[in-house]
Design a protein. Structure first.
Length: 366
């Protein structure tokens, strides 16, 4: 076999080279004569790839050689050349040092290490020269030193922040002032609600009998009608109630709200009587009868309904209406008795009734 350092022919069982004295480990000694030409060929390929600037392929070829012969001096030195040509001086110095450790008598590695030190010194000096040139160009372009214009930028930033803070404080003060002005009432405008004007009846003529004034019926006030869009189920329930014709002429439907989760609907009725008092017992009694009639019609027209909330309102002005009866009723309870039954029996069918009617007398249906 051949020495891995000086390539001299030595016996196969030698532990040291008889020419250069290099130590041969068991792995090197186990290399056959056929492996040595292949390693030399691979080294030649790696060097050719290095000269072609195919760095990765050349590096992989050297690593492949080191897998077969970890103490191959030429592979270590060639890896240093590959890294040196790429400008990776630190890595190149490490591989040159490893190669020198394997073959201390080598003259090439100290020269390559000295060349690397010169290259690193030149590189560092070139970097410093470029930075100094860039600094000189900046100073010539601006006309001031970097420390001066950095201080100037700091002062400008502080002034800008002060202006922004002052602007925000003024904007907040203006907003608070405008809010107070808009919320404060004008001294010339009275905030007391207008009192409704009740027309006085004309004085009766002599010899004529005086009849008590009858409440006038009015149409549904548009201001009290709901303005939201109805769902398909709500339109269907309104159609059922309209076709049943169970509402008295003094009543009209304000709207129906349906909850599909519980099959529960809320029905709002309007008592269309002018100057009617929401605390009139006769008005409340009629409201209970009308509520049951409407509930029976809805339960009959839609068997899926489980319960209803009936709410009857009485208009007190052109814009407001006060409730005179509110109650919940189940479908099973609504069909027990007819709507013409006494008011007390009808009231017993409702739950959560308002008002409680504890101190308010309930008149039978007229």
């Amino acid at each position: 076999m051949n020495c891995i350092v000086c390539k001299a022919e030595i016996p196969d069982d030698s532990l040291f080279c008889c020419i250069c004295g290099a130590k041969l480990d068991s792995m090197n000694a186990s290399l056959s004569a056929k492996d040595l030409p292949s390693l030399e060929y691979m080294l030649a390929q790696a060097n050719l790839l290095r000269m072609q600037a195919k760095w990765e392929e050349a590096e992989n070829k050297c690593i492949e050689i080191l897998r077969k012969d970890p103490n191959n001096y030429d592979a270590h030195s060639l890896l240093g050349d590959i890294y040196r040509d790429q400008g990776r001086y630190e890595d190149a110095a490490q591989w040159y040092q490893l190669a020198l450790d394997l073959y201390p008598e080598s003259q090439k590695e100290p020269e390559k290490l000295a060349q690397l030190r010169e290259l690193r010194t030149k590189s560092q000096s070139s970097i410093e020269e470029e930075s100094s040139l860039a600094l000189d160009r900046t100073q010539r372009l601006i006309g001031i030193t970097p420390s001066v214009w950095l201080k100037g930028l700091t002062v400008i930033s502080v002034v800008f922040m002060v202006i922004v803070v002052v602007f925000l404080i003024k904007a907040r003060n203006n907003y608070e002032y405008n809010t107070k002005e808009s919320s404060s009432p004008s001294p010339n405008v009275s905030m007391e609600p207008a009192q409704p004007v009740t027309p006085q009846p004309a004085a009766p003529r002599v010899g004529m009998s005086v009849q008590p004034p009858q409440p006038k019926q009015s149409l549904v006030m548009p201001s009290l009608l709901p303005s939201v869009m109805n769902s398909q189920d709500e339109n269907r329930l309104q159609s059922i109630l309209a076709q049943s014709n169970v509402l008295d002429s003094s009543y009209s439907l304000l709207g129906i709200t349906y909850d599909p989760r519980t099959q529960h609907a809320t029905v709002q009725l309007l008592y269309n009587i002018q100057n009617a008092s929401p605390f009139d017992p006769s008005a409340r009694s009629l409201a209970i009868h009308q509520s049951l009639s409407a509930a029976q019609a809805l339960f009959k027209g839609d068997p899926s309904l489980q319960s209803l909330t009936m709410e009857v309102k009485c208009p007190t002005s052109l814009q407001t209406a006060e409730p005179i009866f509110i109650g919940d009723i189940q479908a099973a309870a609504a069909i027990k008795i007819p709507s013409t039954s006494p008011t007390g029996q009808l009231l017993a069918l409702f739950n959560n009734v308002w008002p409680t009617y504890q101190n308010t007398p309930i008149l039978p249906q007229p």
